[in-house]
Design a protein. Structure first.
Length: 267
């Protein structure tokens, strides 16, 4: 069976293409082109229901831009809910087809992590302001920790991609890794949102617990992403050791960025 997206040979009965992530279940290849075109036209046309002055219900076509926005949001929510229900299975069928959602999830995870830590710094800064003047800016603290977290995620995903391409010898694109990693990162996003909520409500101890849980989830995500590629690997590779190498580098990166002298340069 030839993949219609990357034109590579796949096994008969496969659910998705391991090279580009194209899902064979999403489109029936035997559907007549004209019928498919009409179906897509109908799906792309959205309507809203309104009532006129007499109380009669009318169906009005939505503007194209609004239709695309609603459709994108609907697809994202479907992606988010399915990824939350069964992340380890749902991520297998993502790949490059849903990589945009993966980027969004990772961006939101970094955003909420940065906000949570910036608020913690702000709370302690206010508590100590009685003894000394304020030393931290909320915006600069947020930007620094946001960039640190983005660097950590980029390092993890980049190294996974290098291992998969060069050691496991699997011909995948970077976006394919983003699709799988980003789907699993839905749980990480929820951990970071929880940490922010605990910070807002003043439960700093619980916020530290949520941050620690988020760090553990990140390491689990790294290993699970490796594990998904083991069946496709052309060369035997132990995902545990690859995960440990990445975890060690992330820990070193955290220690370097957490150094007070280093952070004070930016704050």
């Amino acid at each position: 069976m030839i993949c219609p997206q990357c034109q590579k040979q796949n096994q008969e009965g496969a659910n998705y293409c391991p090279y580009c992530g194209y899902s064979f279940q999403e489109v029936n290849l035997h559907v007549n082109r004209d019928e498919l075109s009409n179906k897509q036209h109908f799906q792309n046309t959205s309507f809203i229901k309104k009532r006129n002055e007499d109380g009669q219900q009318l169906q009005m076509q939505m503007p194209p831009n609004q239709t695309q926005t609603v459709k994108f949001f609907s697809q994202f929510m479907t992606f988010f809910i399915n990824g939350l229900k069964n992340p380890s299975q749902y991520a297998k069928y993502q790949g490059g087809a849903r990589y945009v959602f993966g980027y969004i999830i990772l961006g939101l995870a970094a955003l909420f992590h940065g906000l949570a830590l910036a608020m913690v710094y702000q709370i302690f800064d206010r508590a100590l302001s009685f003894f000394s003047s304020s030393s931290y800016s909320f915006f600069s603290t947020f930007v620094v920790h946001l960039l640190i977290y983005i660097a950590i995620l980029a390092l993890a995903i980049g190294l996974i991609f290098v291992f998969v391409r060069n050691i496991m010898r699997i011909n995948v694109k970077f976006n394919h890794v983003i699709g799988r990693f980003g789907t699993l990162a839905i749980v990480l996003l929820l951990c970071n949102i929880t940490a922010l909520l605990f910070t807002i409500t003043g439960f700093i101890g619980l916020q530290s617990f949520a941050n620690g849980l988020g760090s553990a989830v990140l390491f689990f995500i790294i290993m699970m992403t490796f594990q998904m590629y083991t069946d496709e690997a052309k060369k035997r590779f132990e995902p545990l050791y690859g995960s440990m190498i990445i975890a060690a580098l992330i820990t070193i990166l955290n220690l370097v960025f957490s150094n007070s002298t280093f952070v004070d340069i930016f704050l």
